[in-house]
Structure formats: C-alpha cells, structure tokens
Ligand binder design. Structure first.
Ligand SMILES: [Zn+2]
Length: 368
C-alpha cells in the first residue's frame, strides 16, 4: 500500500512590497541570521537597498553571494563554500528558477533553513523541494529532491510586475500543464514527486490553477503591460507560483514535462524558456492523450492569446527535421521519463506522432 503524500512550503507570503516584511517573517518562523543571500547582479541592484534597510533596522546580519549563472553541480559547490564561509544561519535565494534552485541545493547541503524569493513568476519551482540540475552547457541533467520544502516563500508582486513580461507569460505556460499532468497521474495512480499518491488537496489545487489562469491570465497580462498590480495579476502570480508548484510536486508530472525535459537536449530549443517549452509540451500531451477538440482548443487558444508557443517553430524546432524530432521522442521514453506516468503505454513512435500532430494543429490555428 502506497501512502498519499502532500508537500508544500511551510509559509507562503505574497503582496506588493512584501520584501519589507522579510525580518518580521523570519522572526515569526524563528529563522536565525546571518542571512546568506544568493542572487544575480540585476536582482541585487533592485533589492539590495531594501534588504540593507529592513534587515539592518531589525539587526539581522546578511551577506550577498553572486549567482554563478547556471544551476550546475560546480556552481552549487561554490555557493555552498561561500555560504559556509559566511557562517550563514539561513540561505535566501532571490531571482529566477536557476538562482533559486542553486540556493535551495545550498541550503539542503548545509542543512540550513531556506527562504525562497522569486522575482519572476516564470516557473512552478519556487515552492517545491526540488532543484533542477543542468550541465555547464545548460542541458537538463535531472532533478534532486530534498527532504524539506522552503521554510518561507516570499513573493513581492511589485517586483514581479516590473520584471520581463515574457517570464510571466512563460509561468502561465508552466501552470497550464499542471492540471493535465495531475489528471494523468491520478488516472494511472502514479506516484508524485515526493514518493506518494496524490491527495485530494493536490489534485484540486491543480484544477484551481487551471481555472485561475484561464479566467484571469489574459487580464493579468494586460494589467502587467500597463504596469498595474491588480487582483487578477495577484491571482495569476499565485497560480504560477503556489498552485502550480503544489500541483506538480504533490500530484505529479506526466507527458508535458516529459516532453520539456526531452526537448532541452535539442539545441534549437535553448533560447526558449522552461514554461514556453512546457506550453508546447502541453499541446503534445493533449495530442498523445487524444483529448477532445474542445479541451485542446481552449488550451491552444489561451496560448495564442498570451503569446505562448503551440508549434515546433515556436520552440526553435522544425517539422522537417525528423532526426531531431525522433531523438526527442527517444529521450522522452527513456526509463524514468515522466511520459510513462500517462495511464497508457507510450512509445517513441507515439510521442513522435503526437509531436507532429500538435504542430499541425498549431499551424492550422494560425500560429507560426
Ligand atoms: Zn515546470
């Protein structure tokens, strides 16, 4: 008998200017300083003064560790050494997915609490206990699952609203996949990313994630472009970050992320963001499952409306490049690949056919 398992961050705090509540949140959770802050130069430039002011006022020591540029094993080892040398009591990661994962792996290695401050709502990873590991060249190598989820996820929507629109859109692509992968794992009774069956809570959160981005995603994007932090924007940030995060980790992943992982091995896709590749992965996922036209059309229309790719060309690939597409299909069906969480058997041939079918439908819908 396999247990049902649900994992999430201990505390999730979101709002405009939420960065200022960092010391209060730390005190509430009993997290000790000094804080080792891992971030890239842009985020340090954006938030450095706020950190200095609010942590200084609260008497919490902190130091900054520059992010090495890739979440690779050597970058993690360097960050661990720097945080250890700084005598860190808690590790804080601020930035995008790779910065956060490097900081998360550092905290796990040093057995320190972890504070996760996403500055873009571009992926479902901040709330999870997983770090995606890449090679020095940026090719997906696999993921590591640590025992603990973040002690605190602190989301400053004012910061996110000023970030790149493309990253926010990519986050909606990642969030679009959650419900379909959760349903696939439930149908096949596959284990989630934490080694248990999905709880009702996780599956329902996946459903709420889909409802939220479908009803508020287009509005939230328009609001962000106007520079306004509205309720719709707040809701979609939550969907991209919290709902999608819990959904994928505690309900499970299937074909959409399986395709994403296989696609990262194709050079043409390297300029696409995680959520952009996942969006096309959703189209392949739905084709593979032979979902009814109305389900596929709703998801595709959403992608077209917000600017997510629904064709091979959209993710830097070509329908004429059979060698590359067959290699992607082969990689997707390697043992342990998420496509095997689908409730039917999946072969390289069926994945290849689904890729072509999704691309045909995407082009027919008028996307390039
Ligand atoms: Zn994802």
């Amino acid at each position: 008998m396999v247990n049902t398992v649900y994992a999430s961050a201990s505390r999730y705090t979101q709002g405009t200017g939420a960065t200022a509540s960092l010391p209060a949140e730390m005190a509430y959770l009993g997290l000790p300083g000094p804080v080792a802050i891992v971030s890239g130069p842009t985020v340090k430039g954006l938030l450095g003064e706020t950190w200095a002011t609010v942590l200084g006022d609260a008497g919490v020591e902190f130091s900054c560790i520059p992010f090495a540029g890739e979440c690779s094993r050597s970058a993690i080892a360097e960050t661990v050494a720097a945080a250890d040398a700084a005598g860190a009591g808690v590790i804080l990661g601020a930035g995008g997915g790779k910065v956060l994962d490097t900081a998360r792996a550092t905290a796990a290695t040093l057995d320190r609490p972890f504070i996760c401050c996403p500055t873009v709502a571009s992926t479902d990873s901040p709330c999870s206990a997983l770090a995606v590991i890449y090679s020095e060249e940026g090719i997906y190598e696999g993921f590591e699952s640590f025992g603990r989820n973040p002690d605190l996820v602190l989301v400053d929507t004012e910061v996110i609203s000023k970030g790149p629109v493309r990253y926010f859109v990519a986050g909606m692509g990642d969030a679009l996949s959650t419900v379909f992968e959760a349903r696939a794992c439930r149908a096949s009774a596959q284990q989630n990313l934490r080694g248990g069956l999905a709880t009702i809570a996780a599956v329902e959160i996946g459903e709420a994630c889909y409802r939220t981005i479908m009803s508020d995603g287009r509005t939230a994007l328009a609001d962000m472009k106007r520079g306004e932090v509205t309720e719709a924007f707040e809701r979609v940030v939550e969907a991209n970050t919290l709902l999608s995060g819990i959904g994928f980790e505690s309900a499970g992943l299937a074909a959409a992320h399986g395709l994403h992982n296989a696609m990262t091995g194709a050079e043409g896709t390297h300029s696409s963001l995680h959520g952009e590749k996942v969006a096309f992965g959703v189209m392949v996922h739905l084709a593979l499952e032979e979902q009814p036209a109305e389900v596929v059309d709703d998801a595709r229309q959403f992608c077209l409306d917000v600017g997510l790719p629904v064709t091979l060309e959209g993710v830097g690939l070509s329908a004429d490049d059979e060698t590359t597409l067959r290699a992607i299909a082969e990689r997707a069906v390697q043992p342990g690949g998420f496509v095997h969480n689908e409730p039917f058997s999946v072969s390289a041939e069926s994945v290849y056919e689904a890729i072509l079918s999704a691309d045909r439908l995407g082009r027919a819908a008028g996307a390039s």
